[in-house]
Write a protein that binds this ligand. Structure first.
Ligand SMILES: Nc1ncnc2c1ncn2[C@@H]1O[C@H](COP(=O)(O)OP(=O)(O)O)[C@@H](O)[C@H]1O
Ligand code: SF4
Ligand SMILES: [Mg+2]
Length: 334
């Protein structure tokens, strides 16, 4: 059943990609290699809520965000938007959906049309919102959005082109465009990872302001837990296509229970020596998503692994209100 305060609900979402291997292997030998990029993920995002997806590169964060926005095809599962299944086959529905659900990319230079001025880019959504604006009204809306996004005075930016802006300013233009559209939901995929540390926090605060002023929900995708903690209501930790832990931002930053989350937060004790604290260094590489380990997919790198972990996959279990962990032996190790 759908929860009416959720803007997005994902149920058992799976996204597989088939890897191209050439004619001989695919057709003659009938070998198929499948990447399980997202593997039965369940997640809801409330109206006006900021939820971060955190994990190493390749854990399936981008694919999850893209699947919600219908930019990657789901293999199975259900995605509800504002309580209803997304009608991907209806052109009229998708036009309205694209206005309500937006994506902000890591590299704003690639997502901004280089031939458009800032005014053209930021005002574009106004062409489709069903209202006729005068030149003055249009300009006033654009200036308001630019100044919201920290480009002040907005007038000075109206006639610039993307190549005349810094990376931070370009990302602010993307945010100004979102501000004009007032979407209900934004997926921001590593939106500050290419920017100088000095502007990161400022840009992230704009998402919090969108939430406060417009009740916009955000899925913030990052590999950096400390950034997630800055702005999130809840944080979900992903490993090899699965959410392994989810809870409030404070809880995940300070009291997470999954060994992988604890590795990300960096301090874990050695088993059998509870007094000894050390920075956990995860052993080995992340396994390939083509060949996911049996049982708990983290068992090949887990310092707490036991026999059961190699054979039985742990489901996400609620261990305290709103705190879910997928581990047979969740414990706080400190
Ligand atoms: N279009 C695609 N075709 C094949 N494999 C893909 C495709 N997109 C992503 N993948 C694979 O899916 C896995 C998850 O990727 P991604 O969602 O980009 O992870 P993240 O954003 O966490 O780095 C990776 O192993 C990646 O190589
Ligand atoms: S289930 Fe076992 S291997 Fe997986 S995280 Fe928990 S202790 Fe480690
Ligand atoms: Mg990614």
């Amino acid at each position: 059943m759908s929860e009416k305060n959720n803007i997005v609900e994902i149920k058992d979402l799976k996204v597989d990609f088939q890897i191209r291997q050439g004619f001989v292997k695919e057709v003659i030998k009938r070998e198929k290699k499948i990447v399980k990029a997202v593997d039965r993920v369940n997640l809801s995002i409330g109206k006006g809520e900021i939820v971060s997806l955190v994990g190493e590169s390749g854990s399936g964060k981008t694919t999850t965000g893209r699947a919600i926005l219908q930019l990657a095809p789901k293999t199975s599962g259900e995605i509800l938007f504002d309580g209803k299944p997304i009608e991907a086959k209806s052109g009229a529905y998708m036009k309205a959906f694209r206005a309500r659900a937006q994506m902000i990319f890591q590299d704003p230079y690639q997502s901004l049309n280089p031939r458009f001025t800032v005014t053209d880019i930021v005002a574009e959504p106004l062409l489709f919102d069903g209202t006729t604006y005068s030149e003055e009204e249009r300009e006033a809306r654009v200036i308001e959005a630019l100044e919201f996004a920290g480009l002040k005075p907005g007038k000075d930016f109206l006639n610039r082109y993307p190549h005349e802006l810094s990376g931070g300013q370009r990302q602010r233009v993307s945010i100004a465009t979102c501000f004009v559209m007032s979407p209900d939901f934004i997926v921001a995929d590593e939106p500050v990872s290419m920017l100088d540390a000095s502007v990161r926090a400022d840009i992230l605060k704009l998402f919090v302001e969108m939430k406060t002023q417009k009740n916009t929900s955000l899925m913030f995708i990052t590999h950096d837990l400390s950034l997630a903690w800055l702005i999130s209501d809840r944080i979900a930790i992903m490993y090899l296509g699965k959410i392994v832990e989810i809870g409030s931002a404070d809880l995940i930053a300070g009291k997470c229970m999954h060994p992988y989350s604890q590795a990300l937060t960096s301090v874990v004790t050695v088993v059998g020596d509870r007094n000894k604290r050390k920075r956990i260094v995860l052993e080995g590489e992340t396994p390939s998503p083509i060949d996911i380990p049996s049982g708990c997919r983290f068992h090949t790198r887990c310092p707490l692994v036991q026999e059961r972990c190699r054979v039985e996959s742990p489901e996400l279990r609620e261990i305290s209100e709103g705190h879910f962990v997928a581990c047979h032996f969740p414990e706080r190790i400190e």
